[in-house]
Design a protein around this ligand. Structure first.
Ligand SMILES: *Cc1c(COP(=O)(O)O)cnc(C)c1O
Length: 231
């Protein structure tokens, strides 16, 4: 396996690992580098190797790092967003992948309107219906999508999910499959003021399975940057 645990990836530097993943992943799938706890200099190495999209988990961490990266890559929020950070998130990110409620969508739309911006958003699905996990349950997705479609300063692009953690990546497959079904349903609704083209799922250990199940974007952290540092 060519994920971060494999001896091959371990001996690579960041640029080599980024190029290797770009070789493996089909060209029409976007590779997002998950950059939590990574220094700006490390992130720049990945960008220089051809990574076009980067994602942070924490708004405050992005606040210190992103001014140095602005214009060099598309910037995504892939971690939980608290309502009281919506204004800052609107200032920092092009895309917010973690919209999980109408309340949060409403607040981000309000802040985006004040800033004169349109923010790209994904709905985060709690595909495993896990307790204490962010995201909306699968049954509620289409209702939330209709709500977002009516918000002029949000542009809904699709769905994001994190499958429940398991040491066996194959266990993620049914959750990816379920999310792909929802994505297809969402697309077929043809809601006005949406552009449904992004299905963000799969990480270093599961991206191959996610791609087999229809992901259009995979989020790779340790597979590019090496073993995750303590955060
Ligand atoms: C950290 C993270 C990733 C990447 O995880 P790796 O296992 O390091 O590839 C992807 N998505 C989210 C939401 C993350 O927090």
């Amino acid at each position: 396996m060519l994920h971060s645990e494999s001896p091959l990836f371990r001996t690579m530097d960041i640029a080599q690992a980024a190029r290797k993943i770009k070789e493996i992943v089909p060209k029409d799938i976007t590779i997002l580098a998950a950059t939590k706890a990574r220094a700006v200099a490390e992130i720049e190495k990945a960008i220089n190797a051809g990574i076009t999209d980067i994602g942070e988990n924490y708004v405050q961490e992005a606040e210190t790092k992103y001014p140095l990266l602005k214009g060099k890559a598309r910037l995504h929020l892939i971690g939980h967003l608290q309502k009281n950070k919506a204004k800052l998130a609107v200032d920092l990110f092009d895309t917010i992948q973690t919209i999980g409620s109408l309340e949060l969508a409403t607040e981000v739309n309000r802040r985006a309107k004040n800033a004169g911006k349109v923010i790209l958003v994904l709905i985060e699905i709690n595909s495993g219906k896990e307790q204490n996990k962010d995201g909306i349950h699968p049954e509620e997705v289409l209702g939330l999508a209709k709500g977002i479609a009516a918000m002029p300063n949000l542009l809904l692009r699709g769905l994001m999910t994190m499958a429940p953690y398991s040491p066996d990546p194959e266990n993620a497959r049914p959750f990816f499959r379920k999310t792909k079904q929802l994505f297809d349903q969402l697309k077929s609704l043809n809601l006005p003021n949406t552009a449904i083209d992004t299905l963000s799922m799969g990480m270093s250990d599961t991206y191959r399975i996610a791609i087999e199940e229809g992901a259009t974007m995979v989020r790779i952290g340790s597979g590019i940057f090496g073993e995750r540092k303590i955060i």
